[in-house]
Design a protein. Structure first.
Length: 250
């Protein structure tokens, strides 16, 4: 089984004037927390016709997700759809929008997100930031990447911008230390606003927040380079993660 743990989402201290520091104290603290992710099965397990080592959710849990989806808006922008999950459930029912660690059952909501991609997921123990972004994009009537890979949004079919607006995507990329070669790994999330020169607020799935390792959340991200550890093949290696591009959606 592959494991991706202790992915540091930012370990830098940031200078702020006293007033700004007080206003964004929660954002800064959150951005500096390590990004702990759950264990994931081997890639070849994704197309397994049965959940890979995790129990089937109950009918009550599946019905709860159907109710969640039925009550999810279709816009006006993809970010508004993602934000609706945070507004409705982050405080009152965080389990509903989280990845469930073993030995719990897989979360039907996470699996549902993969319907907006070409990846067939039978459990929730898989990175799902791109799947949730694609689901929100398609629900808003727009075209996504149809891929479960965060770096798929760097395709030439999407326009890049240096002046991000609310609702654009922020794509982070991991680079090999030394050569700075892209590892094809990273994170994608919806840009909400700029907080400071190297801090942005984003809304997305598969993000650590409030003591949970993988949840739909609104949080701050450091845009400057930081060292993280990711699985490349079967090795857990250090790499540089940085903000690659802002992508205009719609």
């Amino acid at each position: 089984m592959l494991s991706r743990r202790s992915v540091s989402i930012g370990l830098l201290s940031m200078p702020f004037v006293a007033k700004a520091a007080q206003a964004h104290a929660d954002d800064i603290s959150d951005a500096e927390q390590p990004f702990f992710q759950l264990s994931y099965p081997a890639v070849e397990a994704l197309d397994n016709p049965q959940p890979f080592g995790y129990s089937e959710p109950t009918e009550e849990q599946k019905e709860h997700v159907r109710e969640i989806l039925a009550g999810t808006p279709s816009g006006p922008k993809p970010i508004d759809i993602m934000q609706s999950f945070v507004d409705r459930f982050f405080k009152t029912d965080p389990d509903a929008i989280s990845q469930w660690p073993e030995p719990a059952a897989w979360n039907p909501l996470v699996v549902e997100f993969f319907r907006a991609t070409t990846t067939h997921a039978t459990n929730d123990m898989i990175a799902w930031c791109a799947a949730s972004a694609n689901w929100c994009i398609e629900r808003a009537g727009l075209n996504g990447s149809r891929s479960a890979g965060s770096q798929s949004f760097l395709s030439k079919k999407f326009a890049r911008t240096k002046s991000p607006q609310r609702g654009d995507l922020a794509v982070f990329t991991c680079y090999k230390k030394g050569t700075q070669e892209s590892l094809g790994l990273g994170h994608v999330t919806f840009f909400k606003e700029k907080i400071s020169d190297n801090l942005i607020r984003c809304v997305g799935g598969n993000q650590s927040a409030d003591g949970r390792s993988s949840i739909i959340s609104e949080k701050a991200f450091i845009t400057s380079d930081r060292i993280v550890h990711r699985h490349v093949g079967k090795k857990y290696v250090p790499c540089t993660m940085r903000l690659n591009s802002f992508i205009r959606i719609g």
